[in-house]
Design a protein around this ligand. Structure first.
Ligand SMILES: Cc1ncc(C[n+]2csc(CCOP(=O)(O)OP(=O)(O)O)c2C)c(N)n1
Ligand SMILES: [Mg+2]
Length: 275
């Protein structure tokens, strides 16, 4: 089944998700709020915009679509999405990173329903996605796999091994989404390693590739729909995003703000900006 909210309801859902992200990372006093917030509109559209087929009450149903968070440090985003989708109670969100909680710092598929792969070691999720998409084809399931990677993460060599094999196996049921927020752990991608433009690189490897505004839910939905209609090749959607959106202005002195939670006072300010 799919969940298809109206555009105003989708925008409202993205605000709820962002508030969960701020609340859970501030409660944990650790985690990656800005990495989670750049990708919030993308993943909200996937789960609540009628894109993915899933059943929160039957999380391992054969033939389901799969979402793999390759940039596993954005776990607070995944947990907020899965809780809102009904995989587990939103009451669990404040237990992020607490001893004994299944909401580990990085997603653990053995401990939490809806988590399709254990990730956090960057570069691996697209290969897992290739396996899932290939398996779906071999099983004759009309199932799609969506993988979210970071723009620093795509510097990992394993990403491009997966890109090559996905084209070889004509995995038109695989979508690689790149959260192009312009920053990685140690600084701006322009300073560390800039792989832009990514679209011609994916195209050179035999993929269908689009570049969109990753904060425009309408554009995101159109891009997912376009990808669904491409036959014979995998799809990449390069999303231009802002790390920490929409609280980036609050963090202007440290726009990356990588792996740092907000203080309690900053969180109050953030809730006001998010709305
Ligand atoms: C293999 C590997 N190397 C290093 C890290 C440490 N690390 C965690 S997040 C991160 C930066 C990732 O940047 P990007 O992919 O752009 O994600 P963003 O947080 O900007 O969304 C790094 C280097 C890791 N998790 N895995
Ligand atoms: Mg990045």
């Amino acid at each position: 089944m799919t969940v298809r909210l109206s555009l105003p309801d989708l925008l409202a859902k993205a605000k709820v998700i962002r508030r969960h992200i701020v609340m859970s990372t501030t409660a944990a006093a650790s985690g990656h709020p800005t990495s989670s917030m750049s990708a919030t509109d993308i993943v909200t559209a996937l789960y609540f915009g009628g894109v993915m087929r899933y059943d929160a009450k039957n999380p391992t149903a054969p033939g389901r679509d799969k979402f793999i968070l390759s940039k596993g440090h954005a776990a607070p985003l995944l947990y907020a999405i899965l809780a809102e989708a009904g995989y587990f109670s939103t009451d669990m969100l404040p237990t992020l990173r607490k001893i004994g909680s299944p909401l580990e710092g990085h997603p653990n598929y053995r401990r939490l329903p809806g988590v399709e792969a254990s990730t956090g070691s960057l570069g691996q999720g697209l290969s897992i996605g290739v396996g899932a998409a290939l398996a779906a084809k071999l099983d004759n399931f009309d199932a799609r796999t969506y993988v979210l990677t970071g723009d620093g993460e795509v510097a990992e060599g394993q990403i491009w091994e997966a890109v090559m094999s996905a084209a070889k196996y004509r995995l038109d049921n695989l979508v690689c989404i790149v959260d192009q927020n312009g920053f990685q752990q140690t600084g701006a991608t322009t300073d560390v390693l800039d792989l832009r433009p990514l679209v011609p690189k994916f195209e050179a490897f035999g993929w269908f590739a689009q570049e969109i505004n990753g904060h425009d839910v309408n554009e995101i939905l159109i891009a997912f729909d376009k990808a669904k209609h491409i036959k014979g090749k995998p799809s990449a959607i390069v999303c231009r995003t802002v790390k920490g959106y929409p609280i980036h202005q609050m963090l202007a002195s440290d726009p990356n703000h990588h792996g740092k939670p907000l203080t309690k006072d900053e969180a109050v300010q953030a809730y006001a900006i998010i709305g």
